[in-house]
Design a protein around this ligand. Structure first.
Ligand code: 5GP
Ligand code: ZN
Length: 117
């Protein structure tokens, strides 16, 4: 069923606590943790606790939780004292998505080029 934990999903395991992560924030519906391979001084992933395969599926299936994830990106930026930051949802392998559980990347702490390439 939509939103249910998936046995083979890395981020569902982080939500369940069976794989460790450096968690920086948690709410009833979201978890934020440091990316294992950071691309900036601050690189945090904000995920819904519920399993949806990407941000679009999350927005369609659980719009309030999608809003919670977005609100948490700002909360993370505030805690990290970031004036400027970038929020990225990679959707599809061609865009670099490698984990099929919705996640927002929050990147900051260095200059970020635009367009990103
Ligand atoms: P994607 O490429 O799907 O947009 O992002 C997946 C992100 O998850 C990557 O930036 C990758 O470094 C991160 N990641 C992959 N495995 C782990 C893990 O076991 N722990 C943590 N904290 N991050 C991970
Ligand atoms: Zn999952």
């Amino acid at each position: 069923m939509a939103g249910e934990p998936q046995d083979d999903c890395l981020f569902c395991k982080i939500v369940a606590g069976t794989i460790p992560a450096t968690i920086v924030r948690e709410t009833d519906t979201t978890v934020a943790f440091r990316d294992i391979n950071p691309q900036a001084p601050t690189h945090i992933l904000v995920i819904p606790k519920a399993h949806y395969e990407n941000g679009a599926a999350l927005a369609a299936g659980a719009p309030q939780i999608a809003a919670d994830v977005l609100a948490e990106t700002q909360a993370v930026a505030d805690e990290e004292k970031l004036d400027s930051y970038r929020t990225i949802f990679n959707t599809g392998s061609g865009a670099g998505q490698t984990v099929w559980h919705a996640h927002a990347h929050v990147l900051g702490g260095r200059g970020l080029q635009w367009p990103p390439g």
